[in-house]
Design a protein around this ligand. Structure first.
Ligand code: ADP
Length: 329
């Protein structure tokens, strides 16, 4: 049974940066919505498609055979027009003419800001699902796409380590993470990196140079540094330059992993959390919830107001930083 706040037709969209597992989330939203007797619409290219009226009715078959695919069948985009009231009004009129009275937004913090503003303007309930490889959103232990991205990074770094060991080289690998160091932290720990440089902590280059100089004296400068693209010292190229200036004999190589971290088939964990969150996105709309993000904490569903989810970044536990120091010494 649905209550009086309930929705009748819902729209689902993916917005901002893509992440593996978004398709599994779309599938869960569409199939749960249909099971619950709702009309379900897919909105193409995020807020841009909502403004341009690229909205298609979904049925159960339209999400067949997508759970294992990376990217997003609904495509994703960024929209400058949506930042203006006039753009959001156009978008709202396109929803209204189809009777769409609830939205599920799969995206990152920017997309949630857009959802919040849209809901304020037009009183339409919006539910956010955290779809981002960076895990930079508070209110959930993980985000859709993080596990896949970090496993892709681990597989790549393992391969780099083989050639690094064969040649006694110093490798600096840059992973994604403009504001959050989770991909660097997890992939660095999992590959036994000697140094992990992340935006959340101040990078002490002097200390790194000192330990590398010690190793060089012992004629064994094999060292793996994993750096997040948004580290305060700069990315991998800046780190390499600083080391080369102080230790010119070091056989240094840089590898920037880049966009391979966004693509690929989602891991089992990402498929599961996307399915779990997608199901609860529809259930929460039906129970009258509005403007919350669905998160999973200790395997339980938690709802966080969208404004809190974007304001509070997920913090890196001090315990992890201590463990990293001990295990890499
Ligand atoms: P992500 O969701 O990956 O963080 P972006 O930061 O690019 O991606 O945001 C996605 C889209 O959300 C933007 O292109 C814009 O259309 C919309 N958006 C972001 N912030 C706002 C805002 N304050 N008001 C309205 N729309 C916004």
């Amino acid at each position: 049974m649905t209550n009086k706040n309930s929705v009748t037709n819902i729209g689902v969209l993916t917005s901002g940066g893509d992440s593996p597992g978004m398709n599994a989330a779309i599938r869960a939203v569409v199939r749960t919505g249909i099971y619950r007797g709702l009309g379900v619409y897919g909105i193409m290219r995020g807020y841009a498609g909502m403004i341009d009226d690229e909205i298609i009715k979904m049925d159960s078959r339209s999400v067949a055979n997508i759970i294992q695919r990376g990217g997003t069948i609904l495509k994703t985009a960024r929209s400058k027009e949506f930042l203006e009231f006039s753009g959001r009004e156009k978008a709202y009129n396109n929803l209204k003419k189809r009777g769409i009275d609830g939205l599920v937004i799969i995206g990152g913090d920017g997309s949630f800001r857009g959802a919040q503003q849209f809901s304020k303007d037009f009183d339409i309930p919006c539910i956010g699902l955290p779809g981002t490889i960076d895990k930079d959103i508070a209110g959930s232990d993980t985000t859709i796409g993080f596990d896949t991205a970090v496993n892709t990074a681990v597989q790549a770094i393992d391969k780099i380590r083989d050639t690094m060991d064969a040649h006694d080289r110093l490798f600096i690998v840059e992973v994604m993470g403009r504001d959050a160091g989770y991909i660097a932290l997890h992939s660095g720990i999992a590959t036994g990196a000697e140094n992990i440089l992340i935006p959340e902590t101040k990078t002490d280059m002097e200390e790194i140079i000192c330990s590398l100089t010690e190793k060089e004296k012992r004629k064994k400068l094999v060292n793996l540094i994993v750096v997040a693209e948004g580290d305060d010292f700069g990315g991998a190229n800046n780190v390499a330059k600083a080391i080369k200036e102080r230790i010119p004999t070091a056989d240094t190589r840089v590898c920037v992993l880049g966009h391979i971290q966004r693509g690929g088939s989602p891991t089992c964990q990402d498929r599961l959390i996307a399915s779990h969150m997608g199901f609860y996105a529809v259930e929460s709309l039906l129970s009258g919830k509005r403007n919350v993000m669905v998160g999973v904490i200790n395997n339980k569903i938690y709802y966080t107001p969208l404004d809190e989810a974007v304001k509070q970044k997920q913090k890196i536990g001090q315990e992890w930083m201590k463990i990293v120091k001990i295990l890499t010494s």
